[in-house]
Design a protein around this ligand. Sequence first.
Ligand SMILES: CC(C)(COP(=O)(O)OP(=O)(O)OC[C@H]1O[C@@H](n2cnc3c(N)ncnc32)[C@H](O)[C@@H]1OP(=O)(O)O)[C@@H](O)C(=O)NCCC(=O)NCCS
Length: 256
Amino acid sequence: MPPSSTETIGPDLIDVWSWKLDMPVPDFGTSMTLLSVDERARAERFVHERDRQRFVAARSGMRLILGRYLGLLPQSIRFDYGANGKPAVPACGSSSIRFNLSHSADLAVLAVSDRYELGVDIEEIRFLKEDIAKRFFSGREYRTLRSMPAEAYLDGFYRCWTHKEAFVKAHGAGLSLPLDSFDMIFDRQGESRLERLEGDPDAPGNWVVLELATPVNFAGAVVASTRGHRVCLRYRDEDIGAIPGKVRGGFPPGIA
Ligand SMILES: CC(C)(COP(=O)(O)OP(=O)(O)OC[C@H]1O[C@@H](n2cnc3c(N)ncnc32)[C@H](O)[C@@H]1OP(=O)(O)O)[C@@H](O)C(=O)NCCC(=O)NCCS
């Protein structure tokens, strides 16, 4: 049976759902049945069993959640893919849904809006074997990072990384968007924001950057094209559906 009532969001909110990806074996079988033929084929191609299970847990979780907004059974949702692989659900009449998924280690997060194009990124904070900031960040971002005290560097690196990645994912251009063509403000002095996008002087007013309240060993951000409208994140802490072992991911901290 499809969900009897559908979730609503409105113009002022972006919903944030999170869940753990490592699950008991019986739940894996149930989760598999929610996937489409192409998703199952993709799952089969993973070399490592843990990566396969996490992919299945992420996709089935995303389907369970989106089904609540769309009033559809999770297994009946059909995804379209943009030129760079961004999944979307085709608009139906006047209703549309925008969403984006990110996963890192055993955690998944899904951001959902009923109107704004968006992107989300989470990363587990790990010691950097090699400092790749100079290669990936703009000159301005790199200077901000270098000016931080040593104990704040790793946190700053992951904040900048997730802000940038969430913007790339929201923008939809994928890796064809040069990473030095835009600057993110990510220090803790004020609000996170986009300060510059090459060739688009209006961009800073059009995009909003919202930092996620993640568990301590993660960093994350949502970026959305709200065209100046103020929005807040609404953390959803309900169980996400039919699979008993699917547990919430601890957003914001304390919910786990
Ligand atoms: C694929 C990519 C979109 C994100 O990759 P990622 O950070 O490894 O992975 P995430 O977990 O955050 O996101 C993956 C999910 O985003 C979604 N996605 C795929 N392509 C997407 C795209 N072009 N735009 C937005 N979302 C996309 C999918 O749902 C995907 O999960 P699934 O395929 O398991 O369902 C791509 O941007 C990428 O490879 N980025 C790395 C580029 C980089 O160097 N970034 C440096 C930032 S400083």
